[in-house]
Design a protein around this ligand. Structure first.
Ligand SMILES: Nc1ncnc2c1ncn2[C@@H]1O[C@H](COP(=O)(O)OP(=O)(O)OP(=O)(O)O)[C@@H](O)[C@H]1O
Length: 575
């Protein structure tokens, strides 16, 4: 199968069929809207899905590379079905789309609004996502005409707990799982099953569609929850191909010692900026929310020396949804910028013209690596990807030999050593509490990898303490005893325990973290497992959380009991 590159020029040259050639098969207002959106030729996945219409089952399991137009490929058949079958009663949801993250849900809703803009009767597309005001959103949903609903599972389950809400799904026509493998993995499957119990039974005729760039075999075990056995399986990826576009060179840079983490990242970014000084638009993925916050703070100080005027952004689950949404929009529109992010934007997000994706530290698995790489080289553009791993973390590349990762072609270590004084001076200026939280997050995150890192708890703490030195902490930041217990590190040599103290000075000293660490403890149990967004907080907003069950597919989350402590209780990895 040929490479799915599909910028307009390539699509034209490859004689890709136009959307307009679907006249008669697709409703005219949808074709007009596609024209308004500037889409002339169909991408391979769009060709395949639309060619299969109307298929015998109308149900699809579709795999196509990252950034190749899957959103349009699922929206079009769902809308076409809506427009050409018996009208759905007013105020009823006809199309339900589930997304693993809030940002992706908002992005899909926007694309849906654009596609329906030319319909004579407006089609309302609502969203139900965490981190937003539940009461006013629910009231809009109940009183409006939400023909399409894009939701994250936690908030949706919260909604459908009420009978009157459940009744709005009685005429459901299509259920779509975007990032289907993520939605059907252990992190979400219970929510999905619970949600399905609130929908009409499949025997009432609604159709399922599952889309993703990655569909590992285990998806087959649970696909029957959403698709009937006769579904159509489509793929634009050949058996020997990877789900990222082949035009992305992928490199690895070794971090010789944890102590070199920040200098190595800085030296890499220096090189990449020097090589691409115009429109340098880059995403750096970190492993935990608090780790990302630290990078943001550090590079806020260093960025002016990388490129004059380079704007630094951060996106992770510890920010309010308002800020997350605003930052997402800003970075979408930006021609350049340096974004530090967790996996809240690891899948599905479309930030035009990102030329470089950097991953600092371990991805949870090969799928997560692939989706992060897929944030570049979208819509036929080119891009590069670099992963930075310590010697202990390098097992990731050995285990995943199928990933096309080459050694970075230039020497980064020498420049890393040269920039040490500059980086250390900037780290000194980072708020101590930010560093203390990043330390705790590092421990929580790497705890789940102890075996793979070929170490034990003592070795893990030694690694974390090296990391604290890399952050220029005078001593390992103190940790709350309860948190240490929850991380399963009680009594491990090398940890410093916080002394309970009601209040402390504002910044700069180890004592500072004693009190702040204490105060922070409820928000941070295993911040190293950042990922787990407490859908509890969505079900019951009174718990005060703003997290979503989005982010990562981190092994730490798998099989983990749901933490109900609200915001960030099990944060850590993901977001
Ligand atoms: N037919 C088309 N012609 C040109 N551009 C398109 C076309 N269809 C989609 N695009 C653009 O391609 C980009 C990627 O689309 P989309 O986000 O749907 O990809 P995806 O396959 O869902 O990616 P991911 O696997 O990362 O979720 C978007 O900017 C979208 O506007």
């Amino acid at each position: 199968m040929s490479e799915a590159v599909y910028d307009t020029k390539t699509l034209k040259e490859s004689r890709a069929p136009t959307f307009q050639s679907l006249g008669g098969k697709l409703q005219a207002p949808l074709l007009h809207a596609l024209d308004d959106m500037g889409y002339e030729f169909m991408t391979p996945v769009q060709q395949q899905v639309l060619a299969a219409l109307p298929s015998s089952s109308g149900e699809f399991l579709v795999q196509a590379k990252t950034g190749t137009g899957k959103t349009i490929a699922f929206l079009l058949p769902a809308l076409q079905e809506l427009l050409t079958t018996k009208p759905v009663p007013k105020r009823q949801v006809a199309i339900l789309i589930l997304s693993p993250t809030r940002e992706l849900a908002l992005q899909i809703a926007k694309e849906c609004d654009q596609l329906t803009a030319r319909l004579p009767q407006p089609v309302e597309c609502h969203t139900a996502i965490g981190g937003t005001t539940r009461a006013s959103n629910l009231s809009k949903f109940m009183n409006g005409n939400p023909t399409v609903l894009v939701a994250t599972p936690g908030r949706l389950n919260d909604y459908v707990g009420e009978d009157k809400v459940r009744a709005k799904f009685a005429n459901l026509r299509t259920l779509i799982l975007d990032e289907a493998d993520r939605m059907l993995d252990q992190g979400f499957i219970d929510d999905i099953k619970r949600m399905l119990k609130s929908l009409p039974p499949k025997s009432e005729g609604w159709k399922g569609m599952c889309f993703s760039a990655t569909l590992p075999p285990k998806v087959q075990d649970v696909i029957a929850h959403v698709l009937n056995p006769g579904y159509t399986r489509l793929s634009t990826i050949a058996a020997n191909e990877l789900p990222t576009v082949a035009s992305v060179p992928q490199y690895a840079v070794p971090i010789p010692n944890i102590h070199d983490t920040f200098t190595t990242l800085f030296a890499l970014l220096q090189r990449e900026c020097a090589a691409n000084p115009t429109n340098f638009k880059t995403i750096v993925f970190g492993t935990t929310a608090n780790g990302v916050a630290l990078l943001y703070s550090l590079f806020g100080k260093l960025a002016p020396t990388l490129l004059p005027g380079l704007k630094v952004y951060q996106l992770h689950s510890r920010l309010s949804q308002n800020i997350r949404t605003r930052t997402t929009e800003e970075f979408k529109d930006a021609t350049s910028g340096l974004m530090f992010a967790s996996d809240v934007i690891g899948r599905g997000m479309d930030f035009p013209n990102v030329g470089l994706v950097v991953q600092l530290g371990l991805p949870a698995d090969a799928e997560q690596y692939i989706h992060r790489v897929g944030r570049t080289a979208r819509a036929g553009n080119t891009g590069r990807a670099v992963i930075l791993l310590t010697t202990a973390e390098a097992f990731f590349l050995t285990v995943n030999k199928h990933l096309p990762v080459d050694p970075y072609p230039e020497d980064v270590a020498t420049s890393a050593a040269a920039c040490r004084p500059q980086v250390e001076a900037a780290l000194d200026e980072v708020d101590f509490n930010t560093r203390a939280k990043a330390y705790q997050a590092f421990l929580g995150f790497h705890k789940t990898f102890v075996k793979k890192l070929r170490t034990d708890n003592v070795g893990l703490v030694a690694m974390a303490n090296e990391y604290s030195k890399a952050m220029q902490c005078p001593a390992p930041p103190p940790l709350d005893k309860k948190i240490v217990g929850k991380m399963g590190l009680k009594g491990v040599k090398g940890l410093v325990y916080a002394v309970a103290q009601p209040q402390g000075p504002s910044r700069g000293s180890a004592n500072d973290t004693v009190s702040k660490g204490k105060r922070a403890r409820t928000s941070n149990v295993t911040d190293g497992v950042d990922a787990k967004l407490s859908s509890a907080s969505e079900r019951n907003p009174k718990r005060g959380g703003t997290l979503d069950r989005e982010e990562s597919n981190h092994p730490a989350r798998r099989g983990q009991g749901r933490n109900r402590r609200g915001r960030g209780a099990t944060e850590g990895r993901m977001a």
